[in-house]
Design a protein around this ligand. Structure first.
Ligand code: AMP
Ligand code: MG
Length: 398
């Protein structure tokens, strides 16, 4: 048996070697950038008018506040030129600042009558309301580095530099495999001794929420057929996520079957609750196998605690530890890392975690009441309100 820290270290040392793959930017949100993006032009590329109004030459303010309007400079028009220093042009947001002007006064601060604009305010600053060429970035500046998780903000940057396709890190081809003779299809009516399969749905949904597609399989509790099926699955996928069949039961054949087909066990059993029977191994050619215990809460917790960070780390994304404050005293005696189900709430800027532990690893109905797991260390049994612990969320707060 290994500790949670040891298990994590082994998993993080067995990352998937992702390769860059071209994607349309419409499909790239949530993916990890696999190239460096530089500015193709200055940002902004010209002195951009930042307010609708008039553009003047600042020095002319000494002469007076009335400016004859020579022309209108719209956005999308080539830049115009001020002909006389004490005249002005009407300018629109997004237009090029006309040559010969250096200051923009917004419409709200001028009165326009008979082709003459009169400035109504006393305070005017040289260069106001102009978004200067190159103010945000210079041509050839690095805008984005490889390894960034693309949010809509980065998609805007990619679009603005003309990248309609971009290299992103490919996700591992994944198989999600359930096992157990008691499990039937979602669409069927179970006999009294059967239950519907739910873990693969939970796993695939969790993966899909990360933009990670997968295929699902089911194995009966029959050793030879497990060996044969797993051989094919391990051959065809980069990562295999199993649930069930890894405990001490008479029909828990998965660990033996995996070793038989050449997947080397790196650990079996983790000092944790839920999820103690967790088995992890890697094949000679680098296929990674997470064989999770079948109890639904165990499967679920292990995905968020081990597999999600494994994926992010494989893609080169920095994974940040989140902490939450335990909201009430809690006691847990066994010397195991306990993943306590909690409902979190923001209170006075603090993430407060309210225990709602549910009825054990089989009680997945309780997950609807909670938003994540608080990781309570194995070497203690009393946990005090106000203490901070690592928090593993599966639900966002909004
Ligand atoms: P196992 O790890 O195979 O011993 O299974 C532990 C418990 O989890 C048993 O009660 C199983 O019926 C249940 N279980 C296993 N796999 C699934 C699944 N895919 N969906 C729902 N329950 C499952
Ligand atoms: Mg089973």
């Amino acid at each position: 048996m290994v500790s949670v820290a040891e298990a994590s270290a082994v998993v993080w040392a067995s990352l998937f070697k992702s390769r860059p793959k071209s994607a349309q930017i419409e499909e790239a949100v949530g993916k990890v950038l696999a190239e460096r993006i530089v500015a193709d032009r200055d940002f902004p590329p010209f002195n951009r008018v930042a307010m609708d109004g008039i553009a003047i030459q600042y020095a002319s303010l000494k002469v007076g506040a009335e400016f004859f309007i020579e022309a209108v400079q719209a956005a999308g028009e080539p830049g115009k030129k001020l002909k006389k220093a004490n005249h002005c042009l009407e300018v629109m947001t997004g237009a090029m600042l006309p040559e010969g002007t250096d200051t923009v006064i917004r419409y709200e601060d001028v009165k326009i009558e008979k082709g003459v604009a009169t400035i109504q305010i006393k305070e005017v600053t040289l260069g106001q309301n102009i978004h200067r060429q190159g103010q945000d970035a210079r041509q050839n500046d690095v805008l984005l580095d490889s390894g960034i998780l693309l949010s809509p903000a980065e998609i805007a940057l990619l679009a603005s530099v003309g990248k309609n396709r971009v290299d992103v890190f490919s996700l591992p081809r994944a198989a999600v495999v359930s096992s157990g003779d008691e499990l039937v299809e979602v669409s069927s009516t179970p006999a009294p001794h059967q239950i519907r399969r739910s873990n693969t749905y939970a796993l695939q949904a969790a993966m899909r929420s990360l933009g990670w597609e997968s295929e699902s399989f089911h194995l009966a509790d029959q050793k030879e057929s497990i060996v044969a099926s797993l051989r094919g699955i391990v051959k065809n996928y980069d990562v295999i996520i199993l649930s069930g069949g890894v405990s001490k039961g008479k029909f828990d054949y998965i660990p033996d079957a995996l070793e038989e087909i050449g997947v080397k066990k790196l650990f079996h059993q983790v000092n944790q609750r839920p999820g103690k029977p967790f088995w992890f191994g890697v094949s000679e050619n680098g296929k990674v196998v997470f064989a999770l215990p079948g109890n639904p809460v165990s499967t679920y917790m292990c995905f968020y605690r081990y597999i999600k960070p494994w994926l992010l780390k494989s893609l080169g994304v920095e994974v940040h530890l989140i902490q939450a404050t335990l909201a009430s005293d809690f006691s847990f005696k066994p010397e195991l890392t306990y993943f306590l189900q909690v409902e979190v709430k923001f209170e006075n800027g603090k993430l407060m975690a309210y225990p709602n532990q549910g009825g054990g690893s089989g009680d997945f109905a309780n997950l609807k009441n909670v938003s994540g797991f608080l990781e309570l260390p194995a070497d203690r049994s009393e946990f005090k309100a106000g203490e901070l612990f690592p928090y593993i969320p599966f639900r966002s707060l909004f």
